[in-house]
Design a binder for this molecule. Structure first.
Ligand SMILES: O=c1ccn([C@@H]2O[C@H](COP(=O)(O)OP(=O)(O)O[C@H]3O[C@H](CO)[C@@H](O)[C@H](O)[C@H]3O)[C@@H](O)[C@H]2O)c(=O)[nH]1
Ligand SMILES: [Mn+2]
Length: 575
């Protein structure tokens, strides 16, 4: 506690062992210099075998060395964050801000609606006042099957949410939860557990069989007015905006089986027309920002991919500790949680778990007051995502929510939302440039995060031992290649664009963070020296052309290098 009695809502501590790591890095740096020196001093003369292979090796090693320096910058300043959610509750329980949660899906075949519904249900069951929570499902596949699944989930949520609250159920994704081995010794709990499990399995069977059939019966279509939106002309690439409010959390009739309020639940499929670029996920999120501003307009937005369910029911409260801290909170633009995958092990062949990135590198970015936005599991402040610039002492009002709902019928709200989800709405506007997620890049998250930091904001990385979001990562080579080629292309695109961190970030973010960004953005080109290093030395070995010093020569290398410097290059070649 400080002298004036202020108790922070979070603390930041440097990681242990930073000095030991720095010392270790310096020894490697020295070795790198020695390698460069060795390559330069013993270049084969014109006409000698292996001259060009040697020069190629030198260029690759220079690239590796520089790249290594970039990787080090984000290891030097690793920090860890510790929020205090009990302090948040005791100070702000009655004044907690609204939170809008965006779940994105794009294809009912690749992203099965039953999986998407698990994500939706998991975020509906947060330990947070339901009247302050609104969940928006964005369906870029514009599929009535997804809409049907959401309708089913809305009914099941009336049972699931009270069950989660009553028994502090975690994870709050029903599929993940029912896969656990639960202790059923308490008969009261066992009975409820059995009932809810049966309800869940019945719902899942209905959704899966509808998806297998690929269409819905007339009986199902009669269940909700929303199905009338899907006429014969609707395709996933060409359709009108669809906004359907399935649970109006502000209505006193929207209650669970125990009579407690439910979070708001809304289906959104923004308009698509072949002549308009839809800008993929960035376009979907920007449409969601506008639609939600017509309805709940919460100051905090959480976005999750449809395959990343919530694994910690307190994740919102932890994130709010950063935003709402009275002294350090006002400059915080977003709080990023890591991604974690349940379908791969630490020994995963493709290193998909990203252990080094999530445990060290991102925490190292945080040490510079920066943090890449990685697209999912991220809490944003709405005003900042919409383009606001930082200025000193800019105060945030957490409870000033434009009350657009009052006095408007559901139909009016839906119609107003559809207008802002139309393709033409963005014409001539700053959306995709200065406002919302940035367009034109395959890695929209990276570039958007960078732009926000360059407007003066300081994001936070929070990676608690208990994973806040869990999902699935690609496991086959072809899926992996598709994902990696998209990421690497997208990131290299940023490096070559006006957003190159070395230029765009100059003077706005710390130099270490600029280099850290480059480490990711140069992922694609670093493959070239790697391929060279894999192929050329092997070929040279077969042809008897040595590219590396012999082991015994290595021992005398230091001696020779010293000698060579002394005699200004007149010593005999060491090969
Ligand atoms: O036109 C589109 C395309 C995708 N999505 C959704 O965007 C998310 C991510 O897309 P996916 O194809 O699964 O990409 P990943 O490579 O798995 O996603 C990672 O990389 C993306 C950037 O390339 C980030 O946006 C993601 O958050 C991050 O998880 C999914 O929920 C999709 O449903 C849309 O809503 N509309
Ligand atoms: Mn994905």
């Amino acid at each position: 506690m400080t002298a004036n009695g202020y108790l922070p809502l979070f603390e930041t501590k440097p990681a242990k062992g930073r000095n030991a790591l720095k010392l270790f890095s310096l020894t490697i740096l020295l070795s790198i210099f020695l390698i460069w020196l060795y390559r330069l001093m013993y270049i084969p003369r014109k006409g000698e075998a292996g001259r060009y292979a040697w020069i190629g090796m030198f260029i690759s090693e220079v690239f590796f060395g520089l790249y290594w320096i970039m990787t080090q910058t984000v290891r030097w300043n690793v920090v860890h964050r510790y929020p205090f959610k009990d302090r948040l509750s005791s100070r702000y329980e009655d004044g907690l801000p609204g939170v809008d949660i965006f779940v994105c899906t794009a294809d009912p075949i690749l992203e099965p609606p039953s999986m998407v519904m698990n994500t939706v249900l998991s975020v509906m069951a947060y330990n947070y006042p339901p009247e302050k929570l609104s969940v928006y499902l964005s369906d870029d596949g514009c599929s009535e099957l997804t809409f049907y699944a959401l309708l089913e989930a809305s009914k099941f949520s009336k049972y699931w949410i009270p069950f989660c609250k009553k028994f502090a159920v975690e994870p709050s994704s029903p599929e993940a939860y029912f896969n656990l081995n639960i202790d059923l010794q308490d008969p009261v709990f066992a009975l409820e557990w059995g009932t809810i499990k049966k309800l869940y399995e019945d719902m899942k069977t209905r959704i899966v069989s509808a998806v297998e059939k690929g269409r819905l019966s007339d009986e199902i279509k009669g269940q909700h007015k929303g199905f009338s939106e899907w006429n014969s002309k609707v395709t996933n690439k060409d359709h009108q905006s669809i906004v359907q409010i399935l649970i109006e959390g502000w209505n006193s009739n929207a209650v669970d089986i125990d009579g407690n309020p439910l979070p708001t639940l809304i289906y959104v499929s923004r308009q698509k027309k072949p002549q308009y670029a839809h800008n993929f996920k960035a376009g979907a999120l920007n449409a969601l920002i506008r639609v939600s501003s017509e309805i709940s307009n919460a100051p905090i937005i959480l976005n999750v991919d449809c395959d990343m369910y919530s694994n910690d029911r307190d994740a919102i409260r932890n994130a709010l500790c950063f935003f709402m801290d009275e002294k350090q909170g006002q400059q915080i633009s977003y709080v990023q949680y890591p991604q974690s995958y349940e379908n791969i092990t630490n020994n995963d062949l493709y290193s998909n778990a990203g252990l080094v990135s999530f445990k060290i590198e991102l925490a190292g970015f945080d040490g510079y007051g920066t943090m890449p936005y990685i697209g999912t599991g991220c809490f944003h402040r709405r005003d900042i995502l919409c383009g606001r610039k930082y200025f000193e002492n800019c105060k945030v009002e957490w409870n000033v929510v434009k009350d657009k709902i009052k006095g408007r019928t559901i139909k009016e709200l839906e119609e107003a939302s559809k207008l802002v989800a139309n393709c033409s709405y963005e014409n001539g506007s700053q959306w995709g440039k200065e406002m919302g997620l940035v367009y034109g890049c395959l890695a929209e998250d990276m570039v958007t995060g960078l732009a926000i930091q360059c407007r003066g904001w300081k994001p936070v990385y929070y990676h608690p031992a208990k994973r806040a979001f869990r999902g699935v990562a690609p496991t086959t080579l072809d899926q992996h290649l598709v994902q990696f080629s998209r990421w690497t292309q997208g990131m290299f695109q940023i490096f070559l664009s006006k957003y190159c961190p070395l230029i765009y970030g100059h003077g706005k973010i710390k130099f270490g963070a600029q280099l850290g960004y480059c480490m990711y953005l140069l992922w694609a080109p670093v493959s070239l020296p790697t391929i060279y290093y894999v192929i050329i030395p092997a070929l040279c070995l077969l042809h008897g052309v040595p590219l590396f010093p012999k082991v015994c020569a290595l021992i005398s290398l230091r001696l020779h290098v010293g000698l060579k410097i002394d005699t200004k290059g007149s010593s005999k070649k060491l090969r």
